[in-house]
Design a binder for this molecule. Sequence first.
Ligand code: FAD
Ligand code: TPP
Length: 577
Amino acid sequence: MPAKPSAPAAPAGKATERTGAQIIVDTLIDLGVDTMFGYLGGVVLPLFDRLYDAPIRFIIPRHEQGGCHMADAYARATGKVGVVVATSGPGACNLVTGLATAMMDSTPMVALTGQVRTELIGNDAFQEADTTGITRPITKYNSIVKDVRDLERTIREAFHIASTGRPGPVLIDVPVDVEVSKLRGDGRRAELELPGYRIRTKGHARQLSMAAEAINKSERPVLYVGGGVISANAAEELRTLAEKAHVPVTTTLLGLGSYDQRKPESLDMLGMHGSAYANYAVQECDLLIAVGARFDDRVTGKLATFAPHARTVHIDVDPSSISKNVHVDIPVVGDARYILAELAKEVEHRQRQEWFDKIAEWKKKFPFRYDRDAETIKPQYVIEEVCRQTNNDAIVATGVGQHQMWSAQFYKFTKPRQFISSGGLGTMGFGLPAAIGAQIAMPDATVLDIDGDHSFNMTMTELATAVQYELPVKVCIMNNGYMGMVRQWQELFYGRRYSCSYLTNPDYARVAEALGAVGITVEKKEDVPRAVERMLAETKPCVADFRVEPQENVWPMVPAGKSLDEMDGLDILERLI
Ligand SMILES: Cc1cc2nc3c(=O)[nH]c(=O)nc-3n(C[C@H](O)[C@H](O)[C@H](O)COP(=O)(O)OP(=O)(O)OC[C@H]3O[C@@H](n4cnc5c(N)ncnc54)[C@H](O)[C@@H]3O)c2cc1C
Ligand SMILES: Cc1ncc(C[n+]2csc(CCOP(=O)(O)OP(=O)(O)O)c2C)c(N)n1
């Protein structure tokens, strides 16, 4: 267990009188915060006044949801805690989707919300909402500070909780009277008060040995790797283990980038829209080594028939994740980085020729494919072209839907923190603000938002934010006119009754131009490479509207409730040879 952190001694000169708002700003700076996102309102004006000349870069979105996704993506791109601010009532309520998104995907974030005066709480005061009540189930922890003496410690606790163990969003609600009340000295600083909050990082030595022994004995092992390996910064340790023991690696949607997909051991993504070779390998393996992955139903399909021949090792920092959905034979509770490094010391190299030959056959028979000869623009083609022209090196954010799955299938990721997507909540509208947050974090990187038209519609107003802060984000809209993923389900499971899944879209290039960005419309297949080149060369935010084939489907697909090896679309993929 790591040493319990304590609040550091007060910096010199702080024995003077400070307001709550000043304490917030001083504490954030002391915690290393240099960038924040958020929106103004009456009860946070004291805080914004103190931020006016603070050495913190403040990004104002056009909607609090956008700001929350920006802070989330900033955290995903850097591993640091993302910080978002909102006013009471409507401001705080607008954070709900963003907090739930971060909670589902275990992103370290701190949200600071203003609240009405302490004595008015519960009185239906102007712009009052029960923020802690509303956000309790969608935060790792939340609290309201009613005494300025508790403010600094509570903020320090929030950062500690958000960033340790299984990361997650923490919300601190601060009534405006606490922001303006004055405190001489440092308040009730002492130790962080977190009884019951214990993180196990090292794992049990015996369990570790059992896991290593199981790997050494296995003829057909598979590493099933999730977002936990990325949050643990354990990609290097994963590579060492996989190469040393010679074990194929499949990742979840959120684990993409934790293992270089160009390597021969990579099986790409598994699950509902994962590769056939990953899904078959999981169904036939004799040992499944899950690392920082949570056996989501999009991954397992029908639980009763998931990995039926496998013993299961599960490495996870959160004990409540273990045996939650799938029985685990060898649990190892601890930090993925430490555990993978320890395991690598104990495993032996084995050739496993038969196993790798079988996988090679599946890979040859069922690669991700699409009709390259089609006359229309296939979305997969655009994504492949974007991947080629960015040398597999861009940061890719997405919305939710078919384009998200094609991004996961056709952009080959090589490093962690490169793919930023809402997996657990599946939040349409995440893409553009996420790209903005990532671009703020990584000013020199090429940052793309590969988006669906309807996902983009939800938060496209944030293009104005990208313009204001001169962020060269590139938005590639896979414009099929439909809510494509919904249309696919209606085609396959609702007798092609396309109820309400088609909407009229604006001319996105003109919308982009009106907001001060660059707009490109691409209607012909032969124009795709040049359009991508132009988009990548733009120094302003750029929206490229690719008018893609409207009826394209994502294959393979494990229909909900089916086993992982009962994939639809394999015949279609085979015919495309
Ligand atoms: C339209 C749509 C389709 C989808 N289809 C697929 C699909 O086909 N395949 C797919 O994989 N997903 C798919 N998803 C995403 C899916 O819903 C889940 O979000 C995803 O599978 C969860 O990934 P994960 O298991 O890596 O979990 P995460 O949510 O990333 O959880 C991380 C796990 O790691 C643990 N952890 C965190 N930090 C550490 C640490 N330091 N050390 C050890 N453990 C740690 C956590 O406790 C947790 O258990 C889809 C989503 C959408 C919206
Ligand atoms: C906020 C939100 N509302 C509804 C949904 C349900 N949903 C999932 S995918 C989808 C359609 C997405 O359409 P689009 O963004 O155009 O992407 P495409 O599937 O066409 O690539 C919908 C409505 C969701 N995931 N998020």
